[in-house]
Design a protein around this ligand. Structure first.
Ligand code: WQD
Length: 338
């Protein structure tokens, strides 16, 4: 069965392609290589023994999207990762984010609307909850006003899909709200490749560990948490990838109760910034050079998932520990820099 994975050469996309191929799906990737490398295809092939079909183009070109679906009219499902994801950049250039993340979404849904029984999986984010009032966060927690155009594209993206599903009973969709994806494939054939200076904690830690950055700045240790640093739900990217396969199978097998559903994807456990640093130190055997600095604007205090719905309905549970994830991130970083 043929599945389209947009952004399939990116961090979460590439790990999902591996899990799809391991489950016997035929994968077609569309990627414009704007934040990924063609070499990722080699990594996927090294792990699975199979090279996915690859089409390089920018999904903002509507005629190319239309032609793609004409050519691949046997696509049974779409997992849509292709999007811009830098919060700061989205503040500087909101229209780029609305075009990339929402314009493209509309083009793809317009194609799927014409198909019989298409399945669609959307990459959403825990960012839709903002600072939730209660921990752990369930899917019923209110969606808070977005802090950035990026966050807004995830909220509006969900609404676009929900509204489209309402009037298109044939279309089945799931939005997956990721908490903080980290780590790499344990083979070290694929992993995260941030452009420039990483904004996210874990790649900054591993780049500091390998000597590419001098020192990690820990943004604040005066938060109302046990050690004063912020708490997040860090989930191994391989666990996250497996959840996509479960979600897709639910739709393909007509097991969904509603034609639009939402799931949190996290481990259910919160870890502080200092706990992540200590995990890195324990799996790498290296002391990390870090110092405490001022809080970063816009950071929430804590966010971790209630994963009951994904556990029970998708039959999925994150299996890796924080140490497993940090170890894989470290092995990937060392391989990339060697
Ligand atoms: C994690 C923790 C920082 C870097 C991101 C996205 C957001 C959403 C979720 C996608 C925080 C601290 C970080 C550093 C630090 N993703 N930190 N020093 O903030 O949860 O948000 O993931 O939809 O949109 O931006 O992740 O990895 O940036 O930060 O101390 O150099 O690490 O303050 O507490 P965050 P992050």
């Amino acid at each position: 069965m043929k599945i389209l994975v947009t952004g399939g050469l990116g961090f979460i996309g590439s790990h999902t392609v591996v899990e799809l191929q391991n489950e016997g799906f035929e994968v077609v990737i569309i990627d414009n290589l704007s934040n990924s490398s063609i070499d990722v295809l080699d990594g996927i092939e090294a792990i699975t023994g199979k090279r996915p079909i690859f089409e390089e183009f920018d999904l903002r070109d509507k005629s190319k999207v239309q032609n793609f679906f004409k050519k691949h009219n046997d696509v049974a499902g779409v997992i849509h990762f292709a999007a811009s994801k830098a919060v700061g950049e989205s503040v500087e250039n909101p229209l780029l984010y609305y075009e990339n993340n929402l314009g493209v979404l509309v083009y793809i849904l317009q194609e799927l609307k014409q198909k019989e029984g298409a399945s669609f999986i959307f990459s959403s984010s825990c960012t839709v909850y903002g600072q939730a009032d209660e921990m752990p966060i369930t899917e019923d927690a209110p969606v808070k006003p977005a802090e950035s155009p990026y966050g807004n594209t995830k909220q509006i993206g969900e609404e676009i899909i929900r509204d489209t599903c309402k009037v298109t009973p044939d279309l089945k969709a799931i939005a997956l709200r990721y908490f903080n994806p980290i780590g790499a494939h344990p083979s070290a054939h694929i992993g995260e490749l941030p452009l420039g200076v990483p904004q996210n904690l874990v790649p900054y830690i591993t780049q500091t560990g390998v000597g590419l950055r001098e020192q990690l700045s820990v943004f604040g240790d005066d938060y109302p948490t046990p050690d004063g640093t912020c708490i997040r739900d860090y989930i191994h990217v391989v666990d996250l990838a497996k959840a996509h396969v479960k979600a897709l199978q639910r739709l393909l097998n007509d097991k969904n109760e509603d034609n639009y559903e939402v799931f949190n994807l996290g481990t259910g456990t919160g870890s502080s910034v200092l706990e992540v640093i200590h995990s890195f130190e324990s799996v790498s055997g290296k002391k990390l050079n870090y110092r405490i600095v001022d809080r970063r604007a816009g950071d929430i205090i804590q966010a971790y998932a209630d994963t009951t719905k994904a556990n029970e309905v998708l039959g999925w549970k994150a299996e890796s520990t924080l140490d497993d994830a940090m170890k894989s991130a470290w092995e990937w970083e060392r391989k990339v820099r060697s």
